[in-house]
Design a protein around this ligand. Sequence first.
Ligand code: AMP
Ligand code: MN
Ligand code: MN
Ligand code: MN
Length: 277
Amino acid sequence: MNADLHCHSNVSDGLLSPAALVERARANGVDLLSLTDHDEVGGLDEARQAADAAGLHFVTGTEISVSWGDDQTVHIVGLNFDHRHPALVAGLARVRSGRDARAGRMAEELAKVGIDGAYAGAIKYAGNPALISRAHFARYIVERGFARDVKTVFDHWLAKGKPGYVSHAWAELPEALDWIKAAGGVAVIAHPARYRLTATERRELFVAFKELGGQGIEVISGSHNADEVREFAGIAREFGFLASRGSDFHGPGESYIDLGRTAALPPDLKTVWEAWT
Ligand code: AMP
Ligand code: MN
Ligand code: MN
Ligand code: MN
């Protein structure tokens, strides 16, 4: 089973439309796909329609931005839920509603270090102010010639502690899990290796997530190296989490790992999709 349960369309900060993303997934041999736009479910109907036409299994998804600990952000992927459920829809709308004001503050900070016009520049890439993300700022900063690629922009300006970073209150972990559960879905900790947490803090996250009814963890992510895969396979075994696999693909030229092209999950793990296929 070639499952890819984490990717982004241009309904959030990806480059391809939901239909184009599904077509690329099919061409890459994906059997089971979820579209997990940040705090948004607006691309799911188009993706589902395209997946049905292409003969691909599709489950609904979203990647919720969650504030955690001392000004950390973690991402929780929700999978296989009712994307019209009112609690989920309202919760995601609230999370998105903070993005525009945050973007204004980011632009002010970037202007102080010589990068002007960043709000208008990022909006041009985002389209909708409610979806504006650091990825859109990064594209503008590359366009202006301040950096050669998006990764470099994060390293110099947008990562925590850099001049264009502003702290922000996203969803709380319990409410994100409530929305996913209310809508009948499964919650998965996204790319656990990417958080700047100590080993102790990371375990605290897993314990809290489990206590709140969280069930899954991305063992395979486009951003995990082989050591990280081993580490989080161990966590899945220890905590009894269902294992998920996702590329976190954002678009050609921007993501190193293409749809459906990540490594396979270690075969002994119980997969998040076992119950669906
Ligand atoms: P935001 O939700 O606005 O905080 O933006 C987060 C998004 O920025 C992530 O989903 C990625 O698409 C992108 N991102 C974060 N860190 C990096 C990085 N180091 N390199 C490239 N893209 C990144
Ligand atoms: Mn993103
Ligand atoms: Mn993420
Ligand atoms: Mn993602």
